[in-house]
Design a binder for this molecule. Structure first.
Ligand code: PGA
Length: 249
């Protein structure tokens, strides 16, 4: 089946308000009157999300990089889904490897966040990926299956079709080392087959699976040409208007 490609820029902890405005000025000029077929969006810091809502006709998806799973409460430093909704956020990155590595994000909290996002009718972008050591030990499939199984525990089938999964080998993030298109395809296909095992083939065919890790304008075409890769999650190359624009199809 034909799945619409989805390309998301992950700005991580980059750009203040002025830098975000500069990016948008440049990007809006580039995008004007261009016929972009894919879904595309920016995952900005919480402080910049409200700037991304340019006007009602803007196709730019507003994406958050994290959220809390509770509606509200005494959770200093956290942000709720309701707060994100106020800023027109539609998608939230969950379980990025940097959150797993530096902020003790674990599969159980990732699962709770997914539950809450689906309850709020939002789209999670669930990240998974193996470390270099796991890759070298040929543990990729087992590591990813475990991450996905725990993240999706008790998530109803009706929600899965709209899920986005981002396969991001940790050894390829920010390192300039991209997995080859063929390597990325092999893992993305494995993920789709695993979703089919957990749910069914029809649902697995609808889930969009992104690749992430040193995606650039000069390698994205080969990556997106693979049958099970439905988009990209892009860090470094999404920070400049021209290079983000050049990623879009
Ligand atoms: P990168 O980051 O494109 O800079 O490798 C990808 C990501 O962390 O999502």
């Amino acid at each position: 089946m034909e799945r619409k490609k989805i390309i998301i820029g992950n700005w991580k902890m980059y750009k203040n308000i002025d830098e975000t405005k500069d990016f948008l000025n440049g990007f809006n000029k580039l995008i004007k009157n261009k016929n972009i077929k894919c879904d595309y969006g920016i995952a900005a810091s919480f402080t910049n999300l409200s700037l991304l809502k340019i006007d009602k006709s803007s196709a730019l998806l507003i994406v958050a990089q994290n959220c809390h799973y509770q509606n509200e409460g005494a959770y200093t430093g956290e942000i709720s889904i309701k707060m994100l909704k106020d800023m027109a956020v539609s998608h939230v990155i969950i379980g990025h490897s940097e959150r797993r590595m530096y902020f003790n994000e674990v599969d159980e909290t990732i699962n709770k966040k997914l539950q809450s996002l689906f309850n709020a009718n939002m789209v999670p972008i669930l990240c998974c990926g193996e470390t270099l050591v796991q890759y070298e030990n040929k543990e990729t499939n087992n590591v990813i299956k475990k991450q996905i199984k725990l993240a999706l525990a008790n998530i109803k089938a009706e929600n899965i079709a709209k899920l986005v999964i981002a396969y991001e080998p940790i050894w390829a993030i920010g390192t300039g080392k991209t997995a080859t298109a063929q390597q990325a395809q092999t893992v993305c296909k494995m993920i789709r087959e695993f979703i089919s095992e957990l749910y069914n083939k029809n649902i697995a065919e609808q889930v969009r699976i992104q690749y992430g890790g040193s995606v650039k304008p000069d390698n994205i075409k080969l990556i997106l040409a693979e049958p099970d890769i439905d988009g990209a999650l892009v860090g470094g190359a999404s920070l400049m208007p021209q290079s983000f624009f050049d990623l879009l199809i």
